[in-house]
Design a protein around this ligand. Structure first.
Ligand code: AMP
Length: 220
């Protein structure tokens, strides 16, 4: 099973991809996490990506596509994967289509998580993330049991620098101009399923699983 989670920054892609990947035994491939890991390691890729990420801009397609192609060639992706944050441009989607074609494979479904823009700004500006396991929290709607500590692994929580209000707004502008054309792109391919992302985490997960079960049984 090869899935794409599509949606704006703050729509819940990371949270849902994490839950679905554990439940379904699929690799969770998050482009933003790969860039942040490269930054933590101080690699050339990380330094380059940082220049774009801190401004809320997209990392150039050529670099992003190469990174994802390498990642999905890893052994843990053989059973299938969930792409989170990639593709973000039509150019990236086309590159992914040809990479899949070369492997004689295809993307099974694109799950589009819909959330209103007011809710996205609210979510991004209150978001805290575990440095160790990437679990997200929200100061109001899903706070950790102990301030500053991850419930799951005890890791330190931090606010992503690109979640500051100004950069978050820029990321949303970039999303609406460069990523939303993908909704039509995948609708035309007959792969798009829309899921309301405004409900609680469990309900959104159930809706996503409902679509995936439909794919597994050949229903939709
Ligand atoms: P995310 O963690 O998905 O919100 O991504 C954080 C940042 O990483 C984005 O604002 C971009 O600067 C960069 N990034 C992540 N995925 C991509 C992508 N598919 N194409 C270009 N840049 C990306």
């Amino acid at each position: 099973m090869k899935l794409i989670l599509l949606g704006a920054p703050g729509a819940g892609k990371g949270t849902q991809a994490e839950r679905l990947s554990r439940r379904l035994g699929l690799a969770h491939v998050a482009s933003g996490d790969l860039f942040r890991q490269a930054q933590d390691r101080g690699t050339q890729l990380g330094l380059l990506a940082k220049r774009y990420m801190e401004k809320g801009m997209l990392v150039p397609d050529e670099i992003t596509i190469k990174m994802i192609e390498e990642r999905i060639s890893a052994p843990d992706c053989k059973r299938g994967f969930i792409l989170d944050g990639f593709p973000r441009t039509v150019n990236q989607a086309k590159a992914l289509d040809s990479a899949m074609e070369k492997r004689g494979a295809d993307i099974d479904k694109v799950l589009y998580i819909e959330v209103s823009s007011e809710e996205l700004v609210r979510r991004l500006s209150g978001r805290w993330i575990c440095r160790a396991c990437q679990t997200p929290y929200h100061i109001l709607s899903s706070p950790p049991k102990m301030a500053g500590k991850c419930d799951r692994c005890g890791g330190e929580l931090y606010q992503r620098p690109d979640d500051s209000e100004e950069t978050a707004r820029k990321r949303l502008d970039v999303y609406f101009s460069q990523t939303t054309p993908l909704i039509e792109y995948y609708r035309t391919q007959g792969k798009l399923a829309e899921v309301d992302g405004q409900g609680n985490i469990g309900r959104v997960e159930r809706d996503l699983l409902g679509v995936i079960e439909g794919v597994q049984t050949g229903g939709r």
